[in-house]
Every structure is written in C-alpha cells, then in structure tokens.
Design a protein around this ligand. Structure first.
Ligand code: PLP
Length: 221
C-alpha cells in the first residue's frame, strides 16, 4: 500500500516539485517500505523522534524538520538535518546559525508564514517577515541558507479559501524573491500542500509538498 501510494503521488508531481513523505508517528517499518519504493525525503515534527529515526535508518535519507522548533532543541538536529521548514522568528534563525557554526555546517532553512485563519498555526505575518528581512541582520548569519518559504492553509473544506491562501503565499514568495533574493539561486523553494490540498498548492507554485496520511494512513497519537 505504502509503496503504491508513493509511486502514485510521485507520478503526479510536475517537474520541479518534490515529495516530502511526512512519517511522523509512524514506525521505521513504514518508512522502510517507502524507502524501498524510492522515497528519500522524509518529514518529521518532533526532535527526539526524528533523531532516533535518523540514527536507525539508512544514511542517505534527507530528513526535513516540519514542526515547531524550540530554540533549546536546535542543537540535536543541526548536525544532520537537510532542511528546516519552520523558521518563525529571527531568534530561532540566529540559534540555528550558532549551532550550525559549532557543527561546521551551513543549514538550509525556510521561513514559515502564517497564512491560515486559525490562530494556532505558527509563522511570521507578511509584515513581520518583511520587517525582519529589511532589518538586514540575517545577512550576517553565515551558517544558515534561506532557501525559501513555507506555509499551511486553513484546515477547511472550502477550496476557494485554501486557494486564496496558497495564492497569497505564492505572490509573497515572488515579492521576497525579487526584493531580497533576486541574485541568490538557493532561494527557490515554496513548501506548501498536504494530503488534502497538495494539488491546489502545486497550482499555486509549490515546489515541496508535505504529504503524510495519504501515504501512511491515519496517525495514532
Ligand atoms: C503533519 C503535517 C503534514 C502532513 O499532513 P497530512 O495531512 O497527514 O498530509 C504536513 N505539514 C505539516 C507542517 C505537518 O505538521
């Protein structure tokens, strides 16, 4: 089942769009099935869980951290993480930089924007993000590479609303790219779309879809 779903989703993705298989709360055996089907990028939302999986699974897996990251836990994932999707404050960005320097790495990150109407989702507002980028201190952080933006739409059946939220992040991405990263080829990722809305996210310009339950089934918390 898992292998079939991976192949099915992979076959629908246009060129330039990559699949992050969100394996949080699922055991190593489920990840191994996806791995044998060719999947190499996996997304996790808990530091301890991702680190344990990193230590026990094949070393060519790219681990993406997609959850809310606390500054005191950054040090555990910085040595191996391939991409941190959820940078939602300058303070967190600076801590990733500090730990990455210690680990002798440059760590790839995405800035998370709050586009949903729910209050529970993390992220910068567009204005907070503009202010942080204008302020300019981030340019001196030599051990983080800002590769793009990430966002989550409201959890709703209203497809018009989801579409509007993804479109707003798509146009904000183009603004940020042309204003602050026009000459930076690394800034090119837009992480949006989950099991129930990734087709719409792709239409709005997503380059990284984060799909969990459609591949692995429902999570048992
Ligand atoms: C859990 C999670 C996903 C995957 O959600 P599904 O609905 O299972 O596809 C995607 N992105 C983030 C940030 C998540 O926390």
């Amino acid at each position: 089942m898992i292998a079939e779903r991976i192949k099915e989703i992979q076959s629908e993705l246009p060129e330039g769009v990559r699949l992050v298989a969100v394996s949080k709360f699922h055991p190593n055996e489920a990840i191994e099935k996806a791995y044998r089907a060719g999947q190499r990028i996996f997304g996790e939302s808990k530091v301890q869980e991702m680190t344990a999986k990193h230590e026990s699974l094949p070393q060519d897996i790219e681990w993406h951290f997609i959850g809310h990251l606390q500054t005191n836990k950054v040090k555990y994932i910085v040595p191996y993480v391939a991409l941190i999707h959820g940078i939602d404050s300058y303070r967190l960005l600076a801590e990733v930089d500090r730990q990455a320097e210690k680990a002798g790495r440059v760590v790839n990150v995405l800035l998370q924007l709050h586009i949903a109407r729910e209050e529970t989702k993390f992220g910068f507002s567009f204005d907070e993000c503009r202010a942080m980028l204008n302020e300019g201190q981030w340019k001196s952080l030599a051990h983080v590479r800002i590769c793009g933006l990430m966002g989550m739409a409201t959890n709703t059946d209203n497809t018009a609303q989801i579409r509007e939220e993804f479109d707003s992040l798509g146009s904000f991405f183009r603004e940020v790219k042309s204003t602050w990263f026009a000459h930076d080829d690394a800034f090119r990722e837009l992480s949006m779309g989950m099991s129930h809305d990734y087709h719409q996210a792709i239409e709005a310009g997503s380059t990284l879809v984060r799909v969990g339950s459609k591949i692995f089934g429902e999570r048992i918390y």
